[in-house]
Design a protein around this ligand. Structure first.
Ligand code: URA
Length: 247
């Protein structure tokens, strides 16, 4: 019986005193012990799913800051709960707000294309945002993205930290300054920290790179091309490092 096969308790922690398999081995047939062990092995992850679903339910009715008042809905994270890599963006945009999913608009298209080029399958990573509601200003009928402020980022850390605690991805990627600020807890200059691992409070690794929308905002084709090249370089490094951490 490996340590990982021990059952998680309701709160997701491991019961250190558990010795169920040892006891059963003495009294039950080998087949029954194997069946029980298999069941125990999946239990920790199913507890994570239950806890994540509860978290999602709570996040859907979040009123921790004022952003919920004008947004269509909470846009929570998505992806496998045992992902090695967690990507954290800033906040949902107009299309994400309507769809209820992260990174499905123009920034998502840049993100998806870069992931594909880097050989990272999006269905294998967890994708979320530092802030879960769309913040915007109305200009006529258009909803123009507004950056979340420090209080909104701090209020929303409640959700991202719970997501991180459940998923326990060994590698978290901050896409842009808002995500970096939320994860690291202070303002960082992306050009100074990109391309190398930082250590988060829980001991896991954080890599900081640009937000894909910075590529969309590039002033000309040459800058856009260079932005894409550097983003791809970062994603390739991240992929390599995630493979090392998962090995
Ligand atoms: N920008 C983000 O930071 N997140 C999204 O989900 C979409 C755009």
């Amino acid at each position: 019986m490996t340590k990982d096969a021990r059952p998680a308790q309701q709160d997701g922690t491991i019961d250190q005193g558990w010795s169920f398999a040892e006891t059963m081995a003495d009294v039950a047939s080998e087949g029954l012990v194997h069946a029980l062990e298999a069941e125990r092995r999946v239990e920790p992850r199913s507890n994570v799913r239950t806890a994540w679903e509860e978290l999602l339910k709570d996040a859907r009715v979040c009123t921790r800051c004022e952003l919920y008042r004008h947004a269509t809905q909470t846009v929570f994270g998505e992806g496998p709960l045992d992902a090695t890599i967690m990507f954290v963006g800033e906040q949902p945009g107009d299309q994400e707000d309507l769809a209820g999913r992260p990174f499905v608009g123009p920034a998502g298209a840049i993100f998806d294309a870069a992931l594909e080029k880097a050989g990272i399958d999006r269905s294998t990573v967890y994708v979320t945002n530092a802030v879960k509601h769309f913040k915007f200003a109305l200009r006529g009928k258009r909803r123009i993205h507004n950056k979340p402020d420090a209080a909104e980022i701090t209020a929303c850390r409640w959700w991202i930290e719970h997501e991180r605690a459940l998923i326990q991805a060994p590698l978290t990627v901050a896409l842009g300054a808002t995500a970096a600020r939320s994860l690291i807890g202070k303002v960082v200059t992306i050009s100074k920290v990109r391309g190398e691992p930082l250590t988060l409070a829980d001991g896991s690794e954080c890599w900081v790179t640009v937000h894909p929308s910075s590529i969309l905002r590039a002033p000309d084709d040459a800058a856009r091309k260079e932005g894409k090249r550097l983003f791809l370089r970062d994603l390739k490094l991240i992929k390599e490092r995630a493979a090392e951490l998962a090995a």
